[in-house]
Design a protein around this ligand. Structure first.
Ligand code: FMN
Length: 442
């Protein structure tokens, strides 16, 4: 290409960018100073284009896990990889998604008090839960339908848990069976329980998980009445694919845990969820039992022979009742802001739950954890371990097993960094005095 053609091309590209940029084309301060720089020759069109290219490049969505600097890089990659409705399902909260945001913002109100002059050459990040040791205090919270994010699905996630030494919980609504998940994990996987409205169905799922070798059942108690997932519904509207090919008529209801009655709903929903295989679902109307109460917990306690945890506890009163009912552990969770719009972050709920528990049983917290420093803060406020939901699903959606592994590795690395910086050489040394909680403005 001769020099003149080159210049014309540069000029054309430059003008195209200028006309597409409201800031540079307007008579704003930025545009005036930019014109001045051009006039003085300090910036040539060529230089500007080079800068613009590198700027665009730096904003690019990552195309492999090793390009990621942080967990949130995978969110953009997942958005790019998934059809709108599937990303909407992953992203959605309820109503205005205010509780999803609150979960994140809760962490920004907590400061870390870093201690100095501590020998941090050797740091032990491992934790023990019910006698089993895990490499870090980060747990994979149950996320349903993982094959909707990537064909590796829960098997890919279980393999990522195996290679990195983490605990995984399998959703009742998983697209992989507990037997296959435990096989791929090469070790124990906890079974999350949506018991449905039919006791025998919930009981059968528990007994199957126990027989497969699951050492803990995690009963989710925060989705009694379904939920208003508007971000999902909006995403479904813009998704122009023919969703009925995969979801048939029960999709909208199933997304809320309440397949529409009369549509053959639950059987169709369950068809792709192996934990319901072989069960009589004729009387099942949804994944949840609307009449679930503390008597139900007692009955389940008498049925479950392994550890029993409740997921979704956010108050001191319920924490105390759980201990009284013989529950072995709690998850402070608001379903990642997908249950109801309380606007209360789980990290704000954690202290009162740990008070109610008074050290008698382990407490896991999830919701909004995106950084190693978040893990550190949760541990300092009394959590035994923390759970991540969307982050591992972003990793999986973007790059399958390798993406989920990368998420766990980034969080492990970040936690190690802050443990060293704050002068804490093991997880049990991360105590309340390492954080300051700023009061919320109100
Ligand atoms: C797409 C999606 C599906 C989920 N499915 C389940 C489920 O089947 N059972 C359950 O107890 N929680 C489920 N959850 C909630 C997670 O276990 C976890 O509490 C939540 O994602 C934590 O918040 P985070 O996403 O901000 O990390 C789901 C969350 C998401 C995002």
């Amino acid at each position: 290409m001769d020099r003149t053609t080159d210049q014309i091309k540069t000029r054309r590209k430059f003008l195209q960018i200028l006309s597409a940029s409201p800031l540079l084309a307007s008579p704003s301060l930025l545009a005036r100073s930019f014109s001045h720089l051009l006039a003085t020759g300090e910036v040539t069109e060529k230089k500007f284009l080079d800068w613009f290219d590198s700027f665009q490049h730096s904003d690019e969505v990552i195309s492999s896990p090793d390009q990621a600097l942080e967990v949130l890089d995978f969110e953009a990659a997942a958005r790019k990889a998934l059809p709108p409705a599937h990303f909407g399902f992953l992203a959605t909260g309820v109503d205005d998604d205010g509780t999803v945001r609150a979960n994140r913002e809760g962490y920004s109100r907590i400061q870390i008090r870093a201690r100095r002059l501590v020998d941090v050459e050797n740091v032990d990040m491992s934790v023990s839960l019910f006698g089993t040791k895990w490499n870090t205090p980060i747990v994979l919270s149950p996320v349903s339908s993982e094959k909707a994010f990537h064909p590796d699905g829960e098997v890919g996630l279980a393999k990522a848990a195996r290679t990195t030494g983490h605990l995984m919980m399998l959703s009742t609504a998983a697209t992989t069976s507990i037997e296959d998940a435990i096989g791929a994990r090469g070790g124990p996987v906890w079974q999350q329980l949506y018991p449905t409205n039919v006791w025998d169905v919930g009981r059968a799922i528990v007994k199957r998980a126990e027989a497969a070798g699951s050492p803990a059942i995690v009963l989710t108690v925060d989705l009694q009445e379904g939920s208003n997932r508007e971000t999902l519904f909006r995403a479904q509207r813009v998704d122009k694919r023919e969703c009925s090919v995969c979801h048939q008529s029960s999709y909208t209801g199933a997304a809320q845990g309440r397949p529409r009655s009369g549509s053959g709903g639950f059987a169709q929903y369950a068809a792709k969820r192996p934990m319901f295989d072989g069960l009589d679902l004729s009387k099942v109307t949804g994944t949840h039992a609307a009449d679930m109460n503390w008597d139900y917990v007692k009955r389940l306690r008498d049925t479950v022979t392994v550890k029993l945890l409740l997921k979704g506890i956010v108050t001191r009163e319920d924490a105390q009742l759980a201990v009284e009912h013989g529950v072995d552990g709690l998850m402070v969770s608001n379903h990642g802001g997908r249950a109801e719009e309380t606007l209360r972050s789980t990290i704000e709920c954690l202290p009162e739950v740990t008070e109610g528990v008074a050290g008698r049983i382990p407490v896991i917290v999830d919701g909004g954890i995106r950084r190693g420093t978040d893990v550190f803060k949760a541990l300092a406020l009394g959590a035994t371990t923390v759970g991540i939901g969307r982050p591992h699903a972003w990793g999986l959606a973007a790059f399958g097993q390798a993406g989920a592994e990368a998420i766990l590795e980034i969080l492990r690395r970040e936690l190690l960094t802050i443990m060293r910086q704050a002068g804490t050489t093991s997880v049990d040394k991360i105590i309340r005095s390492y954080v300051v909680v700023r009061p919320s403005e109100s």
